[in-house]
Ligand binder design. Structure first.
Ligand code: NAG
Length: 241
């Protein structure tokens, strides 16, 4: 599988080469509302002294991610991907309910989302055959610390359950897509961020506008991006199974 990350880190210490890292995905990768260089891929790349090609685009889906895939350097060693939320209308739905509307159910099934993941992952693998792909889950938004009908979460408990259901579909489809592909490693961010959702003591995510002062509404905070970068760094230090 080409240079593995641990080997690449060792080579960098010897000054031989730079690890080539590419980042793909939606706003949860891009980091809207955060300072330039504040998303997880930039933080991770800087800790690895890697050369980052950040191709992430806010609002992108697994259907239009092919324009990002086309930009992956052929010699990429490691590619991070966070996608699929917009295919389900996840953040769009949270925004709609926050604005007093009523978000529709996702327009595609879980199986269709899995198919889209499989297609995108295969394309990425074709574009950069020696690269390891880290499939990075979305941070949990509505964890156990949510208070419905509060400033941060201005909709009721039933709607909280609706959005949790969308998040669960997204997580299951992500996990299923990672299975059986030796070149894909899922980073279990959803589970690891349960106690850092909206309303928690240390939120890694914003709720409704104005709930924190960094990052966009319903998107990761600086602390959230740091946390994801830490998870990636810990994974990169491990030897592959
Ligand atoms: C960084 O990546 C870009 C895009 O692939 C490439 O043109 C450049 O040579 C790389 N730089 C280093 C130091 O590896």
């Amino acid at each position: 599988m080409g240079i593995w990350v641990v080997g690449a880190i060792a080579l960098q210490i010897l000054g031989a080469t730079a690890l080539q890292l590419a980042s793909l995905g939606s706003s949860f990768a891009a980091g809207p509302g955060l300072p330039e260089g504040g998303n997880y891929a930039h933080i991770f790349a800087s800790r690895l002294a890697a050369n980052l090609t950040d191709l992430s685009v806010s609002g992108s889906t697994l259907l239009n991610i092919n324009s990002q895939i086309a930009g992956i350097p052929g010699d990429a060693d490691l590619i991070t991907v966070t996608s699929g939320g917009n295919d389900l209308g996840y953040v769009g739905g949270l925004t709609k309910d926050s604005d007093g509307g009523h978000a529709a159910d996702p327009s595609i099934s879980e199986q269709t989302l899995v198919n889209r993941f499989n297609s995108a992952l295969t394309q990425i693998h074709t574009q950069a055959p020696s690269a390891k792909i880290y499939l990075v889950e979305y941070l949990t938004i509505l964890g156990p610390d949510v208070t419905p009908l509060s400033k941060d979460v201005p909709f009721n408990a039933e709607r909280v359950e609706h959005h949790r259901g969308v998040a669960a579909t997204l997580q299951r489809a992500t996990a299923q897509a990672a299975e059986g592909k030796a070149w894909v490693e899922r980073i279990p961010v959803a589970q690891a961020s349960q106690r850092n959702g909206v309303g928690s003591a240390i939120p890694w995510i914003n709720g409704n506008p104005g709930s924190t002062t960094n990052g966009a509404a319903w998107h990761p905070t600086a602390a959230g991006m740091n946390a994801v970068a830490n998870m990636l760094y810990e994974k990169a230090r491990q030897r592959p199974e």
